[in-house]
Design a protein around this ligand. Sequence first.
Ligand code: GTP
Ligand code: MG
Length: 334
Amino acid sequence: MNELLEQVRQGQIRAIARLITQVENSPTAAEQAIQALYPHTGQAHVVGVTGSPGAGKSTVVNALVKTLRQQDVRVGIIAVDPTSPFTGGALLGDRVRMRDLSGDPGVYIRSMASRGSLGGLARATASVIKVLDAAGFDYVLVETVGAGQAEVDIANAAHTTIVIEAPGMGDEIQSIKAGILEIADILVVNKADRPGADRTVRSLKMMLHLGPVGGTRQSGRISSLATTSPNGAAWNIPVLETVATEEKGMGALAEMLAQHMAHLRQSGDWLKREKERSWREVEGLLQQRFMAQFQASVPLELRDGLLTAVAERQVDPYTAVHQLLEKSESKRKG
Ligand SMILES: Nc1nc2c(ncn2[C@@H]2O[C@H](COP(=O)(O)OP(=O)(O)OP(=O)(O)O)[C@@H](O)[C@H]2O)c(=O)[nH]1
Ligand SMILES: [Mg+2]
């Protein structure tokens, strides 16, 4: 393990790929790797890229990474549950977009599927982000589809979240309703070469203006901590237009990423987001650990029996919990 970790720290791509596979497949390996690598994390700018299916997320990521690479930074890409993925089989149908990045030693691309990931996709993604961070990537871009809880969790793991829309999809209002705006730091209207782009930009700006955040955000996404930055600085959520297939608008997008990073640093939101993220992570691990302990200490038949009794209205849920906890306690003591 130690040698592998050392190679990862040196940014060796094959070692990174091997470690990520281990981390995905074994919670024990994940724990060991994260324990060793954690002191070396916290350097990368983690960027979530989300939005409606087919809006052009992968194309934007490809074009953006090419632009970032001109600044000589190294970029890790994680595609979560991709429907038109970067890697694997779909590479065949995606050659043109991939050709630019594959073979570039400063870029590493990884696909992750939610099915089969132990302990939840968000946690697995968080671990992979840390591996890439410790491997010295300056940016880690995470592409996810839609606005489900997993996507929100992953957005919460990012410092900056880019939400991508496209004109003429008829569902921009839908995705806004689905709460995707709540997580956006930067809005992108891609496919600006298509008719209706102006209208989409206008409606997004209007939604931002009307929305509860009023187009600005003063702190992290979750208000469990103080809601204003130490210096009261607010972030104006920009709406950018891009044509990813022609690599148009990528300079502005890269610049906006840098500006958001500067804002996070200056306002103190960087630390605040890190704290929120750390809390959620530790809390999640605790819950997982408690559940595992509990399940190990109370036999399955007993749990099943009690749940059946609850379903049949013989026992109420509170009493069931009391009984289960008592069993668990006495098992652990004796
Ligand atoms: N006209 C036009 N087409 C684009 C643009 N960007 C992407 N596309 C096309 O839109 C289609 C979908 O692009 P993807 O990058 O796969 O979109 P995605 O959001 O990653 O899709 P999923 O991962 O499947 O949700 C592809 O055929 C792209 O070539 C653009 O700026 N203009
Ligand atoms: Mg995609």
